[in-house]
Design a protein around this ligand. Structure first.
Ligand code: SF4
Ligand code: SF4
Ligand code: SF4
Length: 375
């Protein structure tokens, strides 16, 4: 009942606009957000708790953009999942659940990690200071995905610091930074999320940082909105790295890059945080970079097909391949995303069976900006 009230589910008009636009419903006709709401409203939601499709929603918020009565469907999913989790029910975690278990372990207060092993000698960082770079899961992704998907997740972290140094910022990097907990939040593990939030907020406060910068939209959403909502206001501002690059654009001197690119709006950066213009502004300021827009862009952008390392299935692959096709149809040769996880999922889809392969390059926004730096 509480979930129905908080998410405004009772206002649902059963118009079906959510189902019509949902990327999961497009490829899996058994999934319908309208039906999932009706199950809760008319039948008490008991069957939902054991429905494996409960874990398929990407919480991408595309349906909420179309809903005429502002039903907060992603929040409804989070709360029903929290109920299911309490009963010991879960979805089908990708990669054997290893990445989710790392997040859970990160909530142990006594945990000691090596979170700075990726830092090379040319990068300038500090122990305490005004700016803090929140790295996110990149060092873990390096171990999981670098070999199979032939890319270097930690290169995003190195390039982030490289560009920040060029702007004149020597950021703090926490020696024992924890996972932000984003995925656990959307999977309904709210106690673990709160524990991670408390540990991270304490370490950030102690660093003296007044501005936290991250290149991961999920970390940005957790630190900027979800922690304050659940744990109280913080004494620092949180920015996605595209925002600080855009603010400091006059300090960045670029050489010419001959590139035709299109930009993937990550759900968390776009629909959740409203950051659409800054990455486009920075990319367009690099000489020789031509930005093409996909048909579905900005508020109408389509998710990369998998979230929270959960229920990655045939429809996830179909969403990813349809998005790669849409990107290619723009004439771009490179799909640029500002989310490391989008890149992982797109690379995974692009290296499938022969007929599914895509020759579109997939790259991170930060790597492109760093490659354009003069000198
Ligand atoms: S949040 Fe996204 S995946 Fe979930 S029902 Fe809405 S449109 Fe579909
Ligand atoms: S779009 Fe909104 S009102 Fe229409 S069925 Fe979906 S949740 Fe209900
Ligand atoms: S798309 Fe690939 S990398 Fe992403 S969750 Fe699915 S299997 Fe893993």
């Amino acid at each position: 009942m509480e979930q129905l009230k908080k998410s405004r589910a009772f206002y649902c008009l059963e118009c079906g606009k959510c189902t019509a636009v949902c990327p999961i419903s497009t490829f899996n006709k058994g999934y319908s957000p309208r039906r999932m709401l009706a199950e809760g409203i008319f039948y008490g939601g008991r069957d939902l708790l054991s429905d494996r499709l409960l874990w398929s929603c990407l919480t991408c918020q595309l349906c909420s953009q179309r809903c005429p009565v502002d039903v907060k469907y992603s929040e409804y999913m989070r709360d029903v999942r929290a109920e299911a989790y309490k009963e010991g029910r879960w979805g089908n975690p990708s990669h054997g659940g290893a990445l989710l278990h790392i997040m859970e372990m990160a909530a142990s207060p006594g945990l000691k990690q090596n979170r700075t092993g990726w830092i090379t000698e040319d990068l300038r960082i500090k122990q305490k200071g005004e700016f803090l770079y929140f790295v996110g899961c990149l060092p873990y992704f390096q171990d999981f995905f670098a070999k199979d998907f032939t890319f270097e997740p930690v290169s995003i972290a190195r390039d982030a610091v490289r560009v920040l140094n060029r702007i004149g910022i020597e950021p703090v990097v926490l020696e024992n930074e924890r996972c932000c907990g984003h995925d656990l939040y959307w999977l309904g593990q709210l106690e673990k999320f709160d524990e991670l939030g408390r540990l991270n907020m304490k370490d950030i406060e102690e660093s003296g940082a007044k501005t936290v910068i991250t290149a991961c939209p999920e970390c940005a959403l957790s630190l900027k909105k979800l922690y304050p909502e659940r744990l109280g206001k913080a004494g620092y501002e949180v920015l996605h790295i595209s925002e600080i690059f855009a603010r400091s654009i006059d300090k960045l001197k670029f050489k010419e890059l001959n590139m035709e690119v299109t930009f993937q709006d990550p759900c968390r950066l776009g629909r959740y945080l409203g950051v659409y213009d800054q990455p486009r502004q920075v990319l367009s300021s690099i000489p020789g970079v031509k930005l093409h827009e996909m048909r579905r862009n900005r508020r109408g952008s389509i998710c990369c097909g998998t979230t929270n390392w959960m229920n990655c299935d045939a429809s996830s692959g179909q969403i990813q391949r349809s998005r790669l096709k849409e990107a290619k149809e723009t004439g771009a040769k490179t799909l640029v995303t500002a989310c490391p996880k989008c890149q992982i999922h797109f690379r995974c889809a692009a290296c499938g069976e022969q007929e599914e392969k895509s020759d579109l390059l997939v790259s991170d926004f930060v790597n492109i900006v760093a490659s354009a730096l003069e000198g």
